[in-house]
Design a protein. Structure first.
Length: 225
């Protein structure tokens, strides 16, 4: 039978979800590494995970469990504060308990999380919601070929050339540094190619036949009327 531990219902103050509760923290620490458990997380994102305890870090108040096949497991890092219940389904096998599992490198995990957040912010900065699809595609082409960023409506290429909006024409390409002359021609070439592609796409679209407008005939005025 599964041994289930539930966190206190009073989620206020320092005892919120047991993060500061010595009693429940101690119960977590009594769970053996490698034991199979079922964990439920608290709102606002409740979910149920079933897997093996990978490690427990009392200093960081973190529980790590691994799910999926042993050959390619997925590790879930859960703060004590996110737990609503934990059920021990089975104790670890002899082979699992004999393994020497090192401490959880929380610094590396936080670094990975920070890197993921920075990458997401960088991708978001590449999208300008104030321009149309064609202009965004021009930016994407310049960013792929060189390196570009948005400055309000303008596109800055490698900090040396600017493509000014809202026109985004070849004549709107300007050098902003002395060493930008060589880059200017290449930027114009990419811009011309993207404009040509846009025209080709427009030309390949099927043209809907015009619907004739029927104007009702107006009777001529009668003579001598």
């Amino acid at each position: 039978m599964a041994d289930t531990a539930k966190w206190p219902n009073n989620a206020a103050g320092k005892t919120r979800a047991g993060i500061e509760s010595r009693e429940w923290t101690q119960q977590l620490l009594n769970v053996s590494i490698g034991a199979r458990v079922r964990v439920q997380t608290a709102p606002p994102s409740p979910k149920t995970l079933e897997g093996n305890v990978f490690t427990i870090c009392p200093q960081m108040a973190l529980l790590a469990i691994s799910t999926g096949p042993p050959s390619s497991p997925t590790h879930h890092i859960l703060p004590f504060s996110a737990l609503s219940s934990l059920a021990v389904l089975s104790l670890p096998s002899t082979s699992a308990t004999s393994r020497n599992i090192g401490p959880l490198d929380t610094t590396a995990l936080l670094d990975r999380a920070n890197t993921a957040v920075a990458t997401a912010k960088e991708k978001a900065a590449k999208v300008n919601k104030g321009v149309g699809r064609e202009i965004q595609e021009i930016f994407d082409a310049l960013d792929k070929q060189f390196s570009a960023r948005w400055k309000e409506k303008d596109i800055i290429v490698m900090e040396r050339v600017v493509l000014r909006g809202p026109g985004y024409r070849v004549e709107d390409c300007k050098v902003i540094t002395k060493d930008g002359e060589g880059l200017l021609g290449r930027v114009k070439k990419v811009l011309e190619n993207e404009r040509k592609r846009a025209l080709q796409r427009e030309g390949s679209k099927p043209v809907k036949p015009a619907v004739p407008t029927i104007v009702p005939a107006v009777p001529a005025p009668r003579k001598g009327g």
